[in-house]
Write a protein that binds this ligand. Sequence first.
Ligand code: ZN
Length: 233
Amino acid sequence: MGLLRADGFVLRIRDFAESDLIVTLFTEQWGKRTAIAKRARRLNSRLGGVFDLLNRVEVVFYPKSRLDLVSQGALLQGFPHLKGDLNVVAAALLVGRLLDRLLPFHQPEERVYSLFGRFLNLLEAGDHSVDRLRLSVTLKLLAFLGHRPRLAGCVRCGSESGPFLFASECGGVLCRACAQREGIKISRGLALSLDAFLRLPLERVNVIHLCPEDIRVAVKVVDGYVDHLASGP
Ligand SMILES: [Zn+2]
């Protein structure tokens, strides 16, 4: 195959050799790719600043089975407002890391790509609750990747009476009777709020009200589930 062109987000970067950069990109057209950008860390490199984390870039590369070779790259969006706020950038990086861990290589994921772009643009605009955006986008991305958590009732018996325990290994909530061991306790109200995050568009997250304690529990549940999935069977 000859040269390919793609739009993509920078998910991961690491230095390599004296002046090269190895970048993991989530491209719209070719899915997740790892590529080497030769001499990208030289002061006078035309690629300087292009491959910073979370940037949306245009890239031209030679595809290889493991490590693509970057031929050209240009910055499309750098998200300066997002990156100016530590809390916001931390939320964005966590979602980027999730994609780096869970996306399969070389497989386009159109819906995931579009959702991640909308998430970064909403963070950049700064009008939405950062916690709720991150919870919502994480749940939606998990659903798109085949791991939609079941939250509306017990995974085993269907009971809708809470409180529940969230069981990552079951992919959802268990009622008290079905839960065989300790887990993160989650009220029925919170389980339904998280379910609403799955169904409502990202742009509407502000209509779901969560108290700080709910957010703390929700983050624990969602991050624990991601860790469980990323650590593999
Ligand atoms: Zn049950």
